[in-house]
Ligand binder design. Structure first.
Ligand code: ADP
Ligand code: MG
Length: 397
C-alpha cells in the first residue's frame, strides 16, 4: 500500500472499527493550455497530476428505514451522515465539504441507483483550494466508489457530467466540465485534448520521458471582486451576441477584428483572447504529437501574454513566476494556469534541470515578493480507478 492508502486504511479502522473493503482514487488536474475558453465551447489541454483523492468504504447493514452513509474527511476531521434517499434535502448546517459528496449521491439517486448503507473515509493529497481541482477529484472519487457500491453502470462521460452538476447544484460553483473530464478520462503519459462544445476527447501522447510538469503555487489570491470570473464570462457572452454567434467558439479572428467598433476595446480584447487561445490549444496538441516542443513553448508564452494583456486575469506574482521560469535553461515553456488573479503557474522542464529551476524560481520569488511559492513536479497521470479489496485493505489484515 502507498502511504496514502495506509493513512486512509488506518483512519477507516479507527473511525469505524473494521477495515474498508473497496476504495476509489481520482486525481487532480493541471491545464497545460486553453485557459478561459471552456465556457466559450473551446478546446482545453489538461492532464491528471500525481496527487489524488482516495475514498475508502465498506457497506453496512441497514439500520432504520432508509440507507445512510457516514462519510469522514481526514482533511476536515469531521464525519457527516447522509440519508441515501431521493430528494433528501441537506440541513443548512451541513459542512460545505460534504455538499460535493451529497451532490454526487443525489446524482446517482436521480439516475435510479439504489445505494446501500455504507461508511467511507476521504483523504486527499491534492492541495485543497489550490487550483488543482481537489473538488473535482473528490466528486469523481465519490462517483467511482458509488458506481461500484450501487453496482450501477454509468459511462465515463456521464459520470464526469454528473460530477459537474453536483458542483453546480450542491456547492454553487458554476464550473466547466474540464476538471471532471480530466479526473475521469486522463491516461498515464497522455494529455487530454477536450472539445468543450462536443465533449469529444483526443488522447495526446506525451512522448518526452525526460520532461516534467512543474506546478508552482504563487500562494496569493487577489479576490478583488470575486466577480472577476463572472465578469469575464459576461464579457464573452456579450461579444458573442454582438457577433451573432452562439459562443466565441463559432467566431473567427477576422470577425472579431471587424467588430471592434461595435464590441468596444475591452470586448474586442476578451474575444481576441478566446479565439486565439482556442487556436493555440489545437496547435499545441498538434505540436506535441509531432514532437515540436519549441513551438509548444512559444504557444505557452503567447497564451500567458494573451491572458495578461487581453483577458486581464494574471497578476504581478504570476507574471514574475512565469518570467523567472522562462529565463532558466531546460525550460520548454511556462504560463499561468487556472482562473488567474493568483493561484498556479505550469512549467514544462527537463527533468535533469527541474531542481535547479525550482531553486532559482523559489529564490527569485522570495527576493522580489518576500513570499514563498510552493512547487511540485509530476508526470501526466492516470484518471480515476477503483481498488478492490485485494489491492487495498488485505495487505494489513
Ligand atoms: P480546488 O478545486 O481548486 O482545490 P475548490 O474551492 O474548488 O478548490 O474546492 C475545494 C473544496 O473542495 C474544499 O474547500 C472542500 O469543500 C472540498 N474538498 C476537496 N478535497 C476535500 C477532502 N479531501 N475532504 C473534504 N472536502 C474536500
Ligand atoms: Mg475546484
Amino acid at each position: 500500500m502507498t502511504n496514502q492508502q495506509q493513512r486512509v486504511d488506518a483512519a477507516f479502522r479507527e473511525r469505524f472499527g473494521r477495515p474498508p473493503v473497496l476504495a476509489a482514487a481520482a486525481p487532480g488536474r493541471v491545464n497545460l493550455i486553453g485557459e478561459h475558453v471552456d465556457y466559450c465551447g473551446g478546446f482545453v489541454l489538461p492532464m491528471a497530476i500525481e496527487r489524488e483523492t482516495v475514498m475508502a468504504a465498506a457497506p453496512r447493514p441497514m439500520a432504520g428505514n432508509a440507507p445512510v452513509a457516514r462519510v469522514h474527511s481526514t482533511a476536515f476531521q469531521e464525519t457527516v451522515e447522509m440519508r441515501l434517499v431521493p430528494g433528501g434535502s441537506l440541513p443548512s448546517d451541513t459542512p460545505g465539504w460534504s455538499r460535493y459528496v451529497a451532490g454526487v449521491i443525489a446524482g446517482f439517486l436521480d439516475r435510479g441507483a439504489t445505494i446501500p448503507s455504507f461508511d467511507a473515509v476521504i483523504d486527499s493529497t491534492v492541495p485543497l483550494g489550490g487550483g488543482l481541482s481537489s473538488s473535482a477529484s473528490l466528486e469523481v472519487a465519490t462517483a467511482t466508489l458509488l458506481a461500484a457500491l450501487a453496482d450501477h453502470a454509468i459511462s465515463p462521460l456521464d459520470l464526469a457530467v454528473l460530477c459537474q452538476r453536483a458542483e453546480h447544484d450542491f456547492a454553487g460553483i458554476p464550473c466547466g466540465v474540464m476538471d471532471q473530464c480530466a479526473s475521469v478520462l486522463a491516461r498515464h503519459d497522455h494529455l487530454l485534448l477536450l472539445d468543450c462544445r462536443s465533449l469529444d476527447v483526443v488522447q495526446v501522447p506525451f512522448h518526452r520521458h525526460d520532461l516534467l510538469v512543474l506546478v508552482t503555487n504563487s500562494n496569493v489570491r487577489h479576490s478583488l471582486d470575486d466577480g472577476g470570473y463572472a465578469a469575464r464570462r459576461a464579457d464573452c457572452e456579450r461579444a458573442a451576441a454582438i457577433l451573432g454567434v452562439a459562443s466565441l467558439r463559432e467566431a473567427t479572428l477576422v470577425q472579431v477584428e471587424a467588430s471592434r467598433g461595435e464590441v468596444g476595446d475591452k470586448g474586442f480584447r476578451r474575444a481576441r483572447h478566446v479565439v486565439t487561445e482556442i487556436a493555440r490549444t489545437q496547435a499545441a496538441a498538434t505540436a506535441i504529437t509531432h514532437g515540436r516542443w519549441d513551438e509548444m513553448g512559444e504557444l505557452m508564452a503567447e497564451s500567458h501574454r494573451s491572458l495578461r494583456e487581453d483577458f486581464e486575469v494574471s497578476c504581478p506574482e504570476l507574471d514574475l513566476l512565469v518570467e523567472l521560469a522562462a529565463s532558466e535553461r531546460g525550460v520548454i515553456g511556462a504560463r499561468m494556469t487556472g482562473g488567474g488573479f493568483g493561484g498556479c503557474t505550469v512549467t514544462l522542464v527537463e527533468a535533469a534541470r527541474a531542481e535547479a529551476v525550482i531553486a532559482a524560481v523559489t529564490q527569485g520569488y522570495r527576493r522580489e515578493t518576500g513570499r514563498d511559492c510552493t512547487t511540485f513536479t509530476t508526470r501526466p497521470a492516470a484518471g480515476a480507478r477503483l481498488m478492490k479489496e485485494t489491492a487495498f485493505s488485505t495487505a494489513s489484515e
